[in-house]
Design a binder for this molecule. Structure first.
Ligand code: AMP
Ligand code: MG
Length: 445
């Protein structure tokens, strides 16, 4: 199957206008562009935490394997319980976890049983230890405290044999590792880790450890990118700062595309750029230069470089703007989901919070704005006044304060923030107290 051309993808995206592309259309385009890596490796269970499951896992056994007791107490036949009256049974033995009681149990008899012990044949109910009175082997059970089937776990109630335990595309969580262990599975098939190369462009950039010459800044984008890639669980390959010289850029793009499934660059994609980054991108790949209807992060390059991308032949290119905040915002808005899709993960929408804005926010309809905010719990009775009286506003629990300066170069306000206020494409000015969507950083990256 040959990958669709960028033109073919563009023709499938309604509202496609490379010079004023709405965020949703850019996301749709990217989702159609990126291939999924196919290579699979088997990993020991513990090494698979955070990795993408490559196949459905079907349970080969019942979990639990047998009916067993959920309590310490006495196992009995539900049919022996007397309605509305005390039941007296005769204890004939004990069943321990891992060591079942094998004897026959007649009507009117019961078996002392421990949590997790297999239910003796014919018994279907457990009365907890603390409910009964014992007089030697005579066990007295007060009326109406247990019903037939109580405190018994059924074989296969956690997972039935042949049932799908976990679906392909899952990012394996601690609970998933435990579930796989409960199936007795020592190894698990996961997709190979995605390789993502990244470098910074710009003659004004210096790397940590170099003297900061006049007019220069330290390169911070390779650090935020490295951090975000780490949190995504992909392999980051740092190609350093690349000077604004065609030969150096060409060598860097070629090497990065060879080494990785995706290449992320920052800088050099603005409209007014005098440098060579865009020319070299266009020369080495099939690349589009977008102006996205968003703030921050308007310019962006997207496409394939050094081949059709993915699975060894070339790479998908994300040419992000240079401004440090724009790099992070465009990463969250476009690159994160794309890399997860390339990794084989089933996409999951990010959880959004609704919070009352403490201040009025100016917003122009026709572009998506991402503002840095500090989300906190609104103290009861002390929250900002809701703009509209409505069912969902009066008891609102969260509020968000926009951090001061929103310039796209001001990384400090990103560091202070604990979430991004997302002001959607069509949204206009926000009044103080109005509810807005917030993307919390916790759990994001
Ligand atoms: P550009 O997109 O190349 O026009 O860059 C926009 C702004 O971001 C300029 O002020 C650059 O100096 C700054 N910038 C670009 N790349 C980096 C970087 N890697 N680290 C810090 N600042 C950068
Ligand atoms: Mg630049």
């Amino acid at each position: 199957m040959t990958a669709p051309t960028l033109q073919e993808i563009a023709s499938c995206v309604s509202g496609y206008d490379p010079n004023a592309l709405p965020v949703a259309q850019a996301q749709e385009f990217i989702a159609r562009l990126v291939p999924r890596i196919e290579a699979v490796e088997m990993l020991a269970l513990r090494s698979a935490l955070g990795r993408v499951l490559a196949r459905d896992v079907i349970s080969a056994i019942n979990v639990p394997a047998h009916d067993n007791s959920a309590m310490d107490g006495y196992a009995l036949r539900g049919s022996d319980l007397r309605p509305d009256a005390q039941t007296v049974l005769h204890a004939v033995g004990t069943g321990f976890a891992g060591q079942r009681f094998d004897g026959a149990v007649q009507a009117g008899e019961c078996v002392r049983i421990m949590t997790g012990a297999v239910m003796p044949t014919g018994l279907d109910t457990v009365v907890p230890q603390e409910f009964i009175h014992a007089d030697g082997p005579r066990i007295m059970i007060p009326a109406n405290l247990v019903r037939r089937g109580d405190n018994r776990r059924l074989a296969g109630e956690d997972l039935g044999q042949g049932e799908a335990a976990l679906g392909m595309g899952r990012i394996l969580s601690p609970a998933d590792l435990g579930l796989l262990a409960s199936l007795g599975q020592a190894e698990v098939p996961v997709r190979r880790r995605l390789r993502v190369a990244f470098f910074s462009t710009g003659d004004e950039l210096r790397s940590i450890g170099e003297p900061l010459d006049a007019g220069c800044v330290y390169d911070s984008n390779r650090y935020t990118l490295w951090g975000m890639l780490q949190r995504l669980g992909v392999e980051g390959l740092d190609f350093g700062v690349v000077r604004d010289e065609p030969a150096a850029l060409e060598a860097a793009f070629r090497a990065a595309a060879r080494a990785a499934d995706a290449v992320i660059t920052s800088g050099g994609v603005s409209v007014g750029e005098a440098d060579h980054t865009k020319q070299v991108m266009a020369k080495l790949g099939d690349v589009l230069f977008w102006r996205i209807a968003m703030r921050p992060g308007r310019p962006m390059a997207i496409g394939r470089i050094g081949g059709t991308g993915g699975n060894g032949d070339g790479a998908i290119l994300f040419g992000l703007p240079g401004n440090p905040v724009a790099v992070m915002v465009t990463f969250y808005a476009f690159v994160r989901d794309a890399l997860l899709a390339m990794s084989g993960a089933t996409p999951k929408p990010l959880p959004m919070l609704r919070a009352a804005s403490t201040l009025a926010i100016r917003k122009k309809p026709g572009r998506t704005e991402y503002q840095r905010g500090i989300v906190s719990r609104a103290a009861p009775g002390n929250s900002v006044t809701p703009a509209q009286a409505g069912a969902h506003t009066s008891r609102e629990q969260w509020q968000v304060a926009i951090t001061g300066a929103q310039g796209s170069g001001i990384l400090r306000s990103m560091s202070q923030a604990n979430g991004l206020v997302v002001l959607h494409h069509q949204q206009g000015d926000v009044a103080a107290g109005e509810l807005v969507d917030v993307l919390p950083f916790d759990g994001l990256v």
